[in-house]
Design a protein around this ligand. Sequence first.
Ligand code: ADP
Ligand code: MG
Length: 344
Amino acid sequence: MTKEGKSLGYGHQGLKEHGVGKVEEVRSSQGRNGRITVRLQKQRAITTSPLYYNYDIQKYDLHPNYHFDDCADKIPSGVPEYIDAGNQYVERIVRAMYHFKQCALIGPSGTGKTHIIYLIAELTGLPVWEVSCGLQTSSYDLIGRFVGLGKDNWIDGQVTLWLRHGGILYLDEANMMKQDVATRLNPILDTRGHLVLTEKDNEIITRHKYAYCIIAMNPATAEFAGAKKLNAAFRRRMAVWVNFAYQSIGEKIAAREAELVMKRSNVDEDTAYKLLRVGAEMRRQYLAGDLPYGPSPGDIINWAVLCHDGVDPKKAAEETLIALTSDNNEVQEDVRRIVESVFR
Ligand SMILES: Nc1ncnc2c1ncn2[C@@H]1O[C@H](COP(=O)(O)OP(=O)(O)O)[C@@H](O)[C@H]1O
Ligand SMILES: [Mg+2]
């Protein structure tokens, strides 16, 4: 059964789906001589996700016999399928979580890092505590703070909540965190680590036995002007690193990505490939440092939805890809040229 309303969703681009599959509980009772009742129950997966058996992760139970009753509303549901061109990202990340409790994902924006974390949380039945890190992220956001007057109004931050309740701590753009904030996290990322709430009353919080940490970041290379190198202590605490790449890039158009665009927008195959050719060229230029942004599959699907609605692809691109990339006229002109090279 899907949990309606309460649980955390993950928005996705494209047509709205109807009648998403449900995990059924088959139960049959049989009375014999009116006294003996036989009850059969279909083995319950650790998840409610209809996608559970699409991935080879059944041998990894990340919270044996443990239910996150106090934060069930943080377990995502209805996360759309993640298409994979043979990289087995889901399996690799779940395996790393099982053995090492934490894992790092590296790849340019739009390669599906956030999507896969929410999918994995749903597949494995774990709550998500997300922190988008940036220069403005303070230790108050992570650890907690007093609100208003008085010493009674303490509110736990995401990291503290995660330590107490378990689940996945998802640190997005972990390399953008200020050094002193990252340093505060170091002891916690030792898997037997704990936190001393010096801000409050020196309460010692030990890491929940099913507390997993996933960090995501853009690669810190010359092309990514904004991205910094990850703090070394942090780096050493991550046993497994998974690299994410665009499926279609430059001249290469991935059939699976074209299928995804068709499925989510209903455009025909020819249109899907053309839209992806534009996207793939933009991604190439983004990685080469010539554009400020490379479009994600979601961005291309948005463009495709408008095209399928009857908008001319060039006009639809103005409202989506072109506006999205930058509000700088020159940059927009560069994108327009790429669009026009495919849609003459
Ligand atoms: N492999 C994929 N399969 C399905 N959708 C994807 C895939 N990769 C990216 N997307 C979609 O592209 C958009 C951007 O993905 P996101 O997870 O936000 O990327 P990132 O966190 O790496 O920047 C989302 O709408 C996501 O659903
Ligand atoms: Mg993201």
